[in-house]
Design a binder for this molecule. Structure first.
Ligand SMILES: *[C@@H]1O[C@H](CO)[C@@H](O)[C@H](O)[C@H]1NC(C)=O
Ligand SMILES: *[C@@H]1O[C@H](CO)[C@@H](O)[C@H](O)[C@H]1NC(C)=O
Ligand SMILES: *[C@@H]1O[C@H](CO)[C@@H](O)[C@H](O)[C@H]1NC(C)=O
Ligand SMILES: *[C@@H]1O[C@H](CO)[C@@H](O)[C@H](O)[C@H]1NC(C)=O
Length: 220
């Protein structure tokens, strides 16, 4: 009887407990965190649309600088394409953990944080860095590196130390590079595409002598 019980525990109950434990310690879900806050529904919607939510959920030690629906309207009314919106919003994902406490204790009163925009390689030079600076009167200003500190820390929305911090800033960070139109893939010529895949000679031969493709196909 005792043996049967032990077998039951090992083969049925233990796997269920392990499964529940695994679910309990599952990584964060930014969509779910923000869904508790209706005034950020537009920001949340566009994190999903641009697939940035998946990227955020894959990472830890991250800070999402969200703006409310009114500040999002100022952005979405500009008619940007979804890939430009992705670049702009990726500048709002800092690759470090800044809870409200840490923000007010930045050593030296100023810090540069790398963002997802920098990490994607879409940002020229160091334009994908965000400057966070303690200002007079305890205000914390945010701005793109070399730009104006025209957005301010408002409040902490959700903190899961030290995996993800979601904070509110007063407005979208103004960045000419992030809001620049993104080149459509079609603009890349065939030589460029194929050389990126190590087929430069093939592409050049093909372009100068279209009939050569048959020969290459036979040889391959
Ligand atoms: C933080 O992330 C790790 C890795 O995804 C996870 O195992 C851990 O449970 C998370 N911590 C919290 C408090 O959610
Ligand atoms: C995150 O939460 C949203 C809303 O609850 C859900 O639709 C989505 O599937 C979740 N994503 C993951 C990766 O669990
Ligand atoms: C952030 O910007 C302020 C104001 O332009 C500047 O004084 C400060 O040095 C910058 N901080 C960093 C870390 O670059
Ligand atoms: C095509 O792309 C290659 C590599 O990026 C570049 O060297 C070449 O000048 C381009 N050709 C045209 C016609 O744009």
């Amino acid at each position: 009887m005792a043996k049967k019980m032990r077998e039951t525990i090992i083969s049925y109950i233990l796997p269920i407990l392990l499964f529940l434990f695994a679910v309990e310690t599952h990584a964060h879900n930014v969509t779910r965190l923000l869904s508790n806050h209706p005034s950020f529904s537009s920001f949340n919607h566009f994190l999903t649309q641009t697939h940035l939510a998946d990227e955020i959920n894959r990472r830890t030690t991250i800070t999402v600088c969200a703006v409310d629906n009114a500040a999002m309207t100022a952005l979405t009314s500009k008619g940007y394409t979804i890939s430009t919106l992705k670049n702009i919003l990726s500048l709002h994902v800092l690759l470090d953990y800044f809870g409200a406490k840490k923000l007010h204790q930045i050593s030296g009163g100023s810090a540069l944080a790398a963002t997802l925009f920098q990490a994607t390689g879409e940002a020229p030079g160091t334009t994908g860095f965000v400057n966070i600076t303690m200002l007079r009167g305890g205000k914390v200003g945010f701005g793109p590196k070399d730009g104006d500190l025209s957005s301010f820390f408002v409040k902490s929305i959700e903190e899961v130390p030290y995996n993800i911090s979601v904070i509110q800033i007063s407005r979208i960070l103004p960045s000419d590079t992030a809001s620049a139109p993104t080149p459509p893939p079609a603009e890349m010529n065939i030589t460029g595409i194929m050389s990126a895949h190590g087929c430069k000679v093939f592409a050049e031969t093909l372009l100068s002598n279209p009939g050569a493709s048959k020969t290459y196909q036979k040889e391959a």
